[in-house]
Design a protein around this ligand. Structure first.
Ligand code: HSE
Length: 408
């Protein structure tokens, strides 16, 4: 048996333990001797759990056990997850994780530690929950020049916006429903302000380029300013509003990365990704368009991705599973030079000023809901710098949302 330990017996950690029991027959196809969870590390006790006898409270017990070859870090957060992961890797114990915060902040360093100690640091579950997307990008698409990755990477915000679009809910009501359903955290800031999606597009962009794309360098906007009124216009334009993480190679070879709400036309495959589902849309120069779709969160989908990494680590014991992500920081393209169309709403008193500022290229749009006393339009192609400059001249700007173009 390959002996492993699980750090953190929360939603994902308990899913990993249960999955390994439930799917042992499937696991035997990859690891003929089988996989056994020897320890579960948590601050709490779980007297009613069938796994109660495996719970320990001291990480050093796990570290000192020479039988342990893989650790699943499903604790989340930076510390003590970082210290525990580094100590395990330094002892030649592979680490598999769902912790996107830690991966986005310390991924290359932990990969390098794993390489130096002939073990592995794998993190499939950190992006897209159960969707196998990181290994396909790193391995199945190694021959491709990947020119763009666009993802719906946060299930909570996709659920909220779906409710606002289809059931005409306010942001506050949809968020409260997401919290009742257990999708959104009590403190939903990381999801609704886009930080979670931003970390995930940083990880994807790093694997796309092999260098470090720092999430701190990515312009990040969440969905808290999107209103019911915006969806009235979106529906009439046959578009959905989605929080996207976007990474695109420019003609000069530079990379533009951004996290923001976008209007997505109905003929784009990302339009149909609803509820808590996630999708990652990839363009390679030879393979053309690909879309990876599935449950971006949840106990068993996320546990499935962690368990896949555990199987890979067990199969490759004594060697390092290569992940091409160096610690060299990639300088991103100037975000103010990105160009696209924008949807803008202004109060009626600013309509003339808006027409003057945006000229004939602006196309008026209507809402499918009772009209507010306002003027709404889609601009021609403008850079981020230009749109900021023009809306900065107007009073009572109620919305400014980017349009996803189909061509790029
Ligand atoms: N809060 C995240 C989401 C969980 O809603 O997608 C998975 O990373």
């Amino acid at each position: 048996m390959a002996e492993i330990a699980v750090l953190g017996f929360g939603t994902v950690g308990s899913g990993v333990v249960e999955l390994i029991d439930r799917n042992q027959e499937q696991i035997l196809k990859g690891v003929p001797e089988g996989i056994h969870v020897k320890y579960i590390l948590d601050l709490r006790d779980f007297p009613d759990s069938p796994y109660a006898d495996r719970v320990v409270h001291d990480f050093d017990i796990i570290l000192a056990d020479p039988e342990i070859s893989v650790i699943c870090e499903t604790m989340g957060g930076r510390e003590p997850a970082f210290s525990f992961s580094r100590k395990a890797l330094e002892k030649g114990i592979s680490v598999c994780t769902s912790n996107k915060e830690l991966v986005a902040a310390h991924g290359p360093e932990l990969i390098e530690t794993a390489r130096a100690h002939r073990c592995s640091y794998l993190f499939e579950a950190s992006v897209g929950g159960g969707i196998p997307v990181l290994r396909p990008i790193s391995e199945a698409l190694i021959q491709e020049d990947i020119t763009s990755i666009i993802g719906i990477l946060n299930g909570t915000t996709n659920y909220i916006m779906d409710k606002m679009e289809k059931e005409d809910m306010t942001f506050e009501d949809a968020l409260s429903l997401a919290q009742q359903k257990g999708y959104a955290e009590r403190n939903p800031e990381a999801d609704v302000e886009g930080h979670d999606a931003c970390r995930k597009i940083a990880i994807l962009s790093s694997l796309m380029t092999g260098k470090t794309v720092r999430y701190e360098d990515i312009p990040c906007e969440g969905i808290s300013r999107i209103t019911k009124a915006d969806f009235g216009y979106a529906r009439n334009m046959r578009m959905a509003i989605k929080l996207l993480g976007m990474s695109r190679r420019n003609a000069d070879g530079s990379l533009s990365v951004r996290t923001a709400p976008f209007l997505v036309p109905e003929d784009h495959p990302l339009h149909s990704v609803t509820g808590v589902f996630n999708a990652v849309f990839v363009h390679g120069n030879c393979v053309d368009d690909l879309m990876f779709y599935g449950r971006g969160a949840g106990k068993f989908p996320t546990a499935s991705a962690v368990a896949a990494d555990v199987v890979e680590c067990c199969r490759c014991r004594g060697s390092h599973v290569e992940v091409r992500w160096s610690d060299e920081t990639l300088a991103l393209a100037d975000p103010s030079e990105e160009s696209r169309q924008f949807f803008v709403r202004v109060g009626a008193a600013s309509a003339d000023a808006a027409r003057a500022a945006f000229g004939d290229a602006a196309q008026t749009v209507q809402s499918d809901s009772p009209a507010e006393d306002e003027y709404a339009f889609v601009t021609g192609e403008l850079t981020e710098k230009e749109i900021l400059d023009r809306i900065g001249r107007l009073q009572d700007v109620r919305a400014c949302i980017r349009l996803l173009d189909l061509g790029k």
